[in-house]
Write a protein that binds this ligand. Structure first.
Ligand SMILES: [Zn+2]
Length: 226
């Protein structure tokens, strides 16, 4: 009774298609859930995705859950996650993909999830890192740990003097480094990001781990716009 009353005043809507949700539905409606544009890269290697990193960094698994199409449902869900404060949609997508991976023999392929960090300034404005939500959901389904205090972002390390203002800005945004890594040197790491376009962010994160001696690295992009 109370639930129906609350639903009437604050209707819960699907993050994919904006249709009102049934009581039993969480974040996305049953239709959207079954129509998710999955890549199935965990079943059949996605060559286009793998080629983004080929010859640049060594990855054990290169995985992506969903296909990002401009104006599509995945874009709407990612928008909810990044700009509307809806961390639950991130956790849900993480749990769904984690279950898919678990059921397809990936449970022992990783033992630690590291979310791609966002810049400190952005973290203050947004209040949360969207990749943390994804990591949390994945960790729950896979029954493994996730940590946000290893990969860090945004300290300039190289000389900025000769760079243009834009380059300087970009350079500062994209510096990744590892902290507190001594205890995870021999872990099987998987880095998770929300949307992959060029692959540059994930590549920089892999390099940051490789630089401190961590070699067993995989990546998961929840969505890819290839
Ligand atoms: Zn829907």
């Amino acid at each position: 009774m109370l639930h129906s009353f609350i639903d009437l005043i604050f209707p819960r809507i699907c993050a994919g298609c904006q249709a009102p949700l049934e009581r039993s539905e969480e974040q996305i409606c049953t239709h959207c859930r079954f129509e998710l544009p999955v890549t199935n890269s965990h079943i059949q290697t996605d060559i286009q995705l793998v080629n983004k990193f080929a010859g640049r960094v060594n990855l054990k698994h290169t995985l992506s859950f969903l296909k990002f199409v401009k104006g599509g449902k995945v874009q709407k869900m990612m928008h909810e996650l990044k700009y509307k404060g809806n961390q639950e949609i991130g956790e849900l997508l993480g749990r769904l993909y984690g279950a898919e991976l678990r059921d397809n023999g990936f449970k022992h392929e990783f033992d630690l999830i590291l979310p791609v960090p966002i810049h400190k300034k952005r973290l203050i404005i947004r209040g949360y890192n969207q990749s943390d939500s994804l990591a949390k959901g994945l960790a729950e389904s896979l029954g493994i740990e996730w940590k946000s205090d290893i990969l860090k972002r945004g300290t300039e390390t190289e000389s900025q003097i000769k760079k243009s203002r834009l380059e300087r800005y970009k350079n500062m945004e994209d510096v990744f480094y590892a902290e507190n890594y001594e205890e995870i040197l021999h872990r099987k790491i998987v880095i998770v990001d929300d949307t992959l376009t060029t692959g540059a962010t994930l590549e920089s994160c892999v390099i940051a781990l490789n630089d401190v001696g961590i070699k067993d690295v995989s990546i998961i992009a929840m969505a890819t716009a290839l």
